[in-house]
Design a protein around this ligand. Structure first.
Ligand SMILES: CC(C)(COP(=O)(O)OP(=O)(O)OC[C@H]1O[C@@H](n2cnc3c(N)ncnc32)[C@H](O)[C@@H]1O)[C@@H](O)C(=O)NCCC(=O)NCCS
Ligand SMILES: Nc1ncnc2c1ncn2[C@@H]1O[C@H](COP(=O)(O)OP(=O)(O)OP(=O)(O)O)[C@@H](O)[C@H]1O
Length: 197
C-alpha cells in the first residue's frame, strides 16, 4: 500500500515539532527535514564533502559547522543558494528512501520550507500549524540566544503565515496542547475515512 503523505509545515515557532510528536504518539511514522539536514551535516554525512569543497571553512571535526555556514550566508548573498543546491537534492534522496521503506496508511513529512520550495506537489495533503503573531513572537524570543534581528531575518526568508493559510489543505491552531492533540486525532480520523472511501 502506498502511504498517504501529509506534509506538515508552519513558520518558525508555530509548533511543527510539537505537532509532529503528536502524530508520532498516535503511531504515524514521521520524517523530519531538519533532522535529515542534521544527519547530512554530521561527521560522515553526505553533505560534508561537497560543502567543504565550495567553502572549506564550513568543515570542522569531520562535520559541518553551522555557525560557519551562517557567517558565510550573512556575508555573501549567493551563499544560501549555493548551499541549497547541494543540500536539497540530498534531503530529497533521504525523503524518497523513507517513503520507499515505510509501511503505514498515513505518513507525516515535517518540512519547514514546504510551500516556499513547492514540495506540496509531492504531498497528498498539507497541514499548516499556526498561531497569532504575538504568540509566535513570544515563543521564538523566549529561546536562548534568539534576538529581534535574527527573528526578523528568519521571518523575511519565510512566506507570510497569511499566504500559507490560503494554500494549506488543513490548519491547526497551536494555542493549547490538548486542543491541538484533539485536532491531530480528528485529522487522522478524517484522512482515514477518505482512504476507506
Ligand atoms: C543556515 C543554517 C546553517 C542555519 O542553521 P541553524 O542550526 O542555525 O538554524 P536552523 O536550520 O534551525 O534554521 C533556522 C531558521 O531558518 C530557516 N531556514 C533554514 N534554512 C533555510 C533556507 N534555505 N531558506 C529559508 N529559511 C531557512 C529555518 O526554517 C528556521 O526557521 C541551516 O539552516 C542550513 O544549512 N540551511 C540550508 C539547508 C536548508 O535549506 N535547510 C532547510 C531544510 S530543507
Ligand atoms: N499546541 C500547542 N500548545 C501550546 N504550546 C505549543 C503548542 N505547540 C507548540 N507549542 C509551543 O510553541 C513553541 C514552539 O513549538 P515548536 O518548537 O514545536 O515549533 P516549530 O514550528 O517546530 O519551531 P521551529 O520552526 O523553530 O523549528 C514551543 O515552546 C512549544 O512548546
Amino acid at each position: 500500500m502506498t502511504a498517504f503523505r501529509l506534509g506538515l509545515t508552519g513558520s518558525i515557532g508555530m509548533g511543527k515539532s510539537t505537532t509532529a510528536a503528536m502524530f508520532a504518539a498516535e503511531g504515524l511514522p514521521v520524517w523530519d527535514a531538519d533532522a535529515a539536514v542534521h544527519r547530512l551535516y554530521a561527521p560522515g554525512g553526505a553533505a560534508v564533502a561537497p560543502l567543504a569543497a565550495i567553502h572549506p571553512a564550513a568543515q570542522s571535526e569531520g562535520g559541518i559547522d553551522r555557525a560557519a555556514l551562517k557567517a558565510w550566508i550573512a556575508r555573501d548573498p549567493a551563499a544560501l543558494g549555493r548551499i541549497e543546491a547541494i543540500v536539497h537534492p540530498l534531503v530529497a534522496a533521504d525523503r524518497h528512501a523513507f517513503l520507499q521503506a515505510v509501511a503505514a496508511d498515513i505518513v507525516v513529512l515535517d518540512i519547514p520550507l514546504l510551500f516556499e520550495k513547492g514540495y506540496e506537489a509531492e504531498m497528498d495533503a498539507t497541514l499548516l500549524v499556526t498561531a497569532p503573531p504575538a504568540l509566535q513572537r513570544a515563543r521564538v524570543l523566549a529561546r536562548p540566544g534568539m534576538t529581534e534581528a535574527q527573528f526578523s531575518a528568519i521571518l523575511a526568508r519565510q512566506m507570510p503565515d497569511s499566504e500559507k493559510r490560503g494554500r494549506a489543505t488543513h490548519i491547526i491552531e497551536t494555542l493549547e496542547l490538548d486542543a491541538a492533540r484533539a485536532a491531530v486525532r480528528a485529522l487522522i480520523g478524517y484522512i482515514r475515512t477518505t482512504l476507506d472511501a
